[in-house]
Design a protein around this ligand. Sequence first.
Ligand SMILES: Nc1ncnc2c1ncn2[C@@H]1O[C@H](COP(=O)(O)OP(=O)(O)OP(=O)(O)O)[C@@H](O)[C@H]1O
Length: 213
Amino acid sequence: MSLELKQVAIGLAHRPLFEPVSLTVAAGKVFSLMGPSGCGKSTLLSFVAGTLGEQFDARGDILLDGQPLQGVPVEKRRVGILFQDPLLFPHMTVLENMMFAAPAGAQAGKKQKAQAALESIGLQQCAGYYPRQLSGGQAARVSLLRTLAAEPCALLLDEPFSKLDRETRAHFRALVFTTIAQRNIPAILVTHDEDDIADRNRVLHLTHQTVHS
Ligand SMILES: Nc1ncnc2c1ncn2[C@@H]1O[C@H](COP(=O)(O)OP(=O)(O)OP(=O)(O)O)[C@@H](O)[C@H]1O
């Protein structure tokens, strides 16, 4: 499984946001995207996820395992996203959040899988908690598990470490990178912090497109 972007360009109000991007991420690897605030990093991720707003126009190709993603509905893309803030339903317990994210299937199987996932990172005691009862680091880990429960074929990481304190951040980052390697899925990470870069050979600095008039 690989994720490939070919000459991807996004415009807003007929102005290109950044120089066209081409990159390939192999299974189990993390490609880091950096660049100045507002240059379009999150927008690029939303294009890959299939959630790009109508105010943007985009061109170029996205290929997952060699197959074009454009035209595939969001819910069928199998692309998971982690944001700065954990994405959890406040009215559902941790276990319910995870079961909700799992693909359609037997309810009993879902529960067992969710419990096993929580156990694998030592959070089994949090199964019945509501998101407000979790610490920042616990919420980040549950959010990761929830994203993984959907069994994504690729992962997009939009500054998921930036709000965590230094120690929690290092632990969570290690967990995310190990998980990506174990699941053998490609990932793109947006970050402002050099410390987050998983691999110095896989970094792209997005630059604002110079508009010539
Ligand atoms: N919903 C929206 N409607 C209109 N313009 C938007 C919208 N979302 C983002 N933009 C604009 O698109 C551009 C790119 O925004 P984006 O959030 O992708 O940048 P970024 O590189 O991720 O920034 P940061 O590093 O600050 O998170 C910015 O000029 C922003 O103002």
